[in-house]
Ligand binder design. Structure first.
Ligand code: CP
Length: 307
């Protein structure tokens, strides 16, 4: 059984193969008849301990388009509410012999721990501030479709890097494929050790966006901040919110990305989110294709199932 816990652990070749497979899944998803039967008889369970729109919906669609039986476990109405632990919940589901568990959890490392306990494949759909590997893969697919490559592109990842598993997975993937990665954030929203992650750090948007091919905005995760460290929305937007004046520092054909959900008027102006440089909706479409590729790679006909 194989897992996808993070971009860490994937080689550049692994990443490229997944992107190539996802490219083929884009074509499937654009057909009138979207369904394949490669996962006929396989069972996928989505187990989300944190809220999600894009990731959960696209994993569900991805499994169904591959022909799997997909169950969304409703954590809010499950026995987790009676105190059942993550591992007991996972082992209970494991006893029903799924082939794949897709797990989102608020604690970094929780999905890796769970993967050691169960007999099926596990995909990390986001664990705390650690990793969100399928998000980084869908972002890379979106970039590659527009720019034809990842290598040597200048990608500026901006905003709340401290709380962002999206930033972490993207930094790992973009570095693996040879991009020049920058992070642009106030000091209070940078994790310790960022200097060791192979990025150039900027504290001003005009400097960090200069000549960028891709501007990737991050959601300000106010719910994970405490009291005095929650910046005022007006001040944050003034210095770090992406508007036309700041975007003008990037290349004229720069792509604007955001993993969602967006805080309009906080980290990004609506005119930019909905403007010609934005590929935010395309990211969502690529999310289904990438998740199809990951699932097929892990539990498709050539992979071992939970037998
Ligand atoms: N980008 C992302 O993970 O969005 P959701 O939280 O809606 O799944």
């Amino acid at each position: 059984r194989r897992h996808l816990i993070g971009i860490a652990g994937l080689s550049p070749q692994d990443i490229t193969e997944l992107l190539d497979l996802a490219e083929a899944e884009v074509a499937v998803s654009r057909q009138v008849e979207k369904k394949k039967s490669v996962l006929k008889g396989r069972t996928q369970i989505n187990l989300f301990f944190e809220a999600s729109t894009r990731t959960q919906a696209s994993f569900e669609l991805a499994g169904k388009r591959l022909g799997a039986d997909v169950m969304n476990m409703s954590v809010a109405s499950s026995s987790v509410k009676k105190g059942e632990t993550l591992i007991d919940t996972a082992m209970t589901l494991n006893a029903m012999r799924p082939d794949l568990l897709v797990v989102r959890h608020h604690s970094a490392g929780a999905v890796a721990l769970l993967a050691q306990k169960v007999a099926c494949s596990v995909v990390n759909a986001g664990d705390g501030a650690h990793e969100h590997p399928t998000q980084a893969l869908l972002d890379a697919l979106t970039i590659r479709r527009h720019k034809g490559r990842i290598a040597r592109l200048v990608v500026a990842i901006c905003g709340d890097v401290l709380h962002s598993r999206v930033a972490r997975s993207n930094i790992l993937l973009l570095n693996a494929l040879g991009a020049e990665v920058r992070v642009v954030a106030p000091s209070t929203l940078l994790p310790s050790g960022i200097d060791q992650m192979g990025v150039r750090v900027f504290r001003r948007m005009d400097e960090g966006l200069k000549g960028a091919d891709v501007v990737m905005m991050l959601r300000l995760q106010r719910e994970r901040m405490e009291g005095a460290f929650v910046p005022s929305v007006r001040e944050y937007f003034r210095y770090f919110g992406l508007d036309a004046a700041k975007l003008a520092h990037a290349k004229p054909d720069a792509l604007v990305m955001h993993p969602g959900p967006m805080n309009r008027g906080v980290e990004i102006a609506s005119e930019i989110a909905d403007g010609p440089a934005s590929v935010i909706e395309e990211q969502v479409e690529m999310g289904v294709a990438v998740r199809m590729a990951v699932i097929e790679h892990l539990i498709g006909l050539s992979a071992e199932g939970n037998t």
